[in-house]
Design a protein around this ligand. Sequence first.
Ligand code: COA
Length: 432
Amino acid sequence: MNKEAKLDLDGKIYSLPTITGTEGEKAIDIASLRASSGYITLDDGYGNTGSCSSKITFIDGDKGILRYRGIPIEELAEKSSFIETAYLIIYGQLPNRNQLRDYSELFSVHQFLHEDMKYHFESFPTGAHPMAILSAMINATSCFDEGLMNWHWGKANSHFHNYAAKLMSQVRTIAAYAYRKSQGLPLIYPKKSYKYTANFLHMMFSTPYEDYDIKPEVVKALDLLFLLHADHEQNCSTSTVRMVASAQANLFASASAGVCALWGPLHGGANQAVLEMLDEIHRTGDDGSKFISAAKDKNSGKKLMGFGHRVYKNYDPRAKIIKKACDDVLAQLHINDPLLDIAKHLEQAALNDSYFIERKLYPNVDFYSGIIMRSLGIPVGMFPVMFAIGRMPGWIANYKEIMEDPKSRICRPRQVYVGEPLRHYIPLEQRK
Ligand code: COA
């Protein structure tokens, strides 16, 4: 039996039900509060607000725990692949051998875009940001697919498996095309013989004359990065996807909105910002100390990018895995990157600095991921795009969850209005 919370307000006691999650997370259900008391709750930035109950991902930010469908991220990083993990996240169970084979085949079935979409790529200017192209083209896919145009969950339900695979497969093709377009390079078609991540590298780096030499260590590192980004419960972009989905928008439109949210420098754009920061430190000959002082000064406009997290008040478990992968891949590829040394120095300095200790600011997933991507030859502008490819299973699983919930309603938060009280229209000629 769950406890009840008592709220003493305006001389009246209101009883509010509480909910306890599988891992002991506690919540007070305030859904009926406004109707009974006239009050809403206010929580700018949703720091203490649960927007849904979800079965997909568990995070304990204080302990640095992340699990997809109950399985620790460390186990998946060591033993699984991005596609197998995507299946787990979307369908709730690890696939058996046949399911995994069929699922992988679906990606090949859907890897080609509608040929006419090529003309849209052509109309973007060279130098256009690949995130802008990515979100536009994911959304534009609806125009080339009747099933998406006439999306209605009742009908789309039976096709969901297909569309989810199509989205994951095509986001990779669109992402590679977005990169090629941004560089003014000819588009490279996907190849059936390549697996998911290798195929992406092929479309990014092959030329019309020569196939890119796909190194297994590069594939492994990129696949790991995708896997580590695959879901992260109710972050800004996932909440955006759920918000759009709650209006019954189709899967591709909802994912496209997620890309827009992810583009922001405080979210998926942070990995790009980290690399730019490290580069600036390197160029100015700073060992990181000056930058750390600036990051502590609120007037400097600088932050230690790749540090801090709304949820993790401990080391982000993904950052630990990525730091190790970063060392491994650089050694395997015989790359000596001075930015890695700067990053390690910055990390040590920040972890011993009272400003960062008191605020529980630790490295997050973006701190080392940029260095890995740079070593794989992925340009900085593509970093948030890599994040978007990786996050797709999480968005799809959250989309599915909201659509399958018979109690789900359109998301429509309230506000406290603090603007002008009632006043009246002044005709133009009487205005000062
Ligand atoms: N560098 C310096 N100070 C930081 C900081 C950083 N990276 N991140 C947070 N702080 C400080 C804030 O200024 C604030 O200080 P105050 O209490 O003196 O006002 C305090 O730490 C709490 O931060 P706040 O901004 O309230 O945390 P948040 O939960 O709203 O924001 C982030 C979380 C991730 C947006 C924020 O930590 C950040 O901007 N980090 C850098 C960008 C980044 O790496 N994003 C990727 C996230 S995966």
